[in-house]
Design a protein around this ligand. Structure first.
Ligand SMILES: NCc1[nH]cc(CCC(=O)O)c1CC(=O)O
Ligand SMILES: [Zn+2]
Ligand SMILES: [Zn+2]
Length: 330
């Protein structure tokens, strides 16, 4: 055999195997998505998302405390308002007594060093369930949409959020949010993470059940990207870089690894996040339950693929499991 044919000597030991990884998963790369509802005592199982719950503000200490002890570094909050009155402009999104703003303040007080990101969107708060403000004919009205999103983002920043993350996909919202943060003195106090390449995916189903955010009519195809639209995704990433995003995100993860790799190439100077979304998580859990693979092995394989493609940050519902699994790995 030719000398150059022999590769196996380079990964014969667990340690030398680990040196072959471009990057190895660490706890600081994980951001945990959590659902906060407006019953302060809530601790409610979400059927569609095995192992995940809707939490009330008064339960955050018992929920998050043990995870922080295990090394949890960051969370991203999603509001699930069940009691509020929704309206066409999503007024409850920045209600000072709403679940997200109360949760930011509570978490900051309980866990001062926990990094708190907030999803910024209107769909959980609008009567029509769309992510922006609409014209009479049901199309998106862009300018009031981005104005409203910027107000919501600023309200979260003022409440103490370390990061605001708009997931709405309205045109121009990164610029509008960045400008508002800067003009209000939060430009150096709050990260702007853009869901830049967010595709119109089948994999958001469990989330929409969890958050009660399915659109009342139509779909999100006029703002979320077509799954085959690589060029459009790259334009959206370049645009958001130019508009002032601090972190770029690709979403979902596993079916879009090529987009992650392209994003790492065209935005090499920005941290790159991936959202392993609700449907990916549910699919991985269901596969393990059906005996297709071992859950832990598959979950690690999924994150290895994200890191290999170029991610620096992973939003995952597996975060609590990874904290345990990474402790076992030593
Ligand atoms: N703007 C709403 C939003 N923010 C995050 C997700 C998906 C997250 C997940 O599936 O885990 C969605 C769903 C959607 O756009 O319909
Ligand atoms: Zn939305
Ligand atoms: Zn969202």
């Amino acid at each position: 055999m030719e000398i150059s044919s022999v590769l196996q000597g380079g990964y014969q030991h667990p340690l030398s195997r680990s040196w072959q990884h471009n990057k190895t998963l660490t706890k600081s790369m994980l951001m945990y998505p959590i659902f906060i509802t407006d019953d302060p005592e809530a601790n409610v199982v979400i059927q569609a998302l095995p192992g995940q719950r809707r939490w009330g503000v008064n339960k955050l200490e018992e929920f998050i405390g043990p995870l922080v002890k295990k090394g949890l570094k960051s969370v991203i909050l999603f509001g699930v308002p069940l009691k509020c009155v929704k309206d066409p402009i999503g007024t409850p999104a920045d209600d000072q007594q709403g679940p997200v703003i109360l949760a930011i303040k509570k978490l900051k007080q309980l866990f001062p060093s926990l990094y708190i990101a907030c999803d910024v969107c209107l769909c959980e708060y609008t009567s029509h369930g769309h992510c922006g403000v609409l014209n009479e004919d049901g199309t998106i009205n862009t300018l009031p949409s981005v104005e409203r999103l910027a107000d919501v983002a600023l309200a979260y920043a003022k409440a103490g959020a370390d990061c605001v993350a708009p997931s709405d996909m309205m045109d121009g919202r990164i610029l509008a949010i960045k400008r508002k943060l800067v003009d209000s003195g939060y430009g150096n106090r709050c990260t702007l993470m853009s869901y830049s390449a967010k595709f119109a995916s089948s994999l958001y189903g469990p989330f929409r059940e969890a958050a009660g955010s399915a659109p009342a009519f139509g779909n999100r195809k006029c703002y979320q990207l077509p799954p085959g639209g690589k060029g459009l995704a790259l334009r959206a990433i370049r645009r958001d870089v130019n508009e002032g995003a601090d972190i770029i995100m690709v979403k979902p993860g596993m079916p879009y690894l090529d987009i992650i790799a392209e994003a790492a190439r065209i935005a090499p100077d920005h941290p790159l996040a991936v959202y392993q979304v609700s449907g990916e998580y549910a699919m991985i859990v269901a596969g393990a339950r059906a005996g297709v693979y071992d859950l832990k092995t598959m979950a690690f394989e999924s994150t290895q693929s994200f890191l290999r493609a170029g991610c620096t940050l992973i939003l995952s519902y597996f975060t609590p499991e990874f904290l345990d699994w990474l402790n076992e790995e030593g």
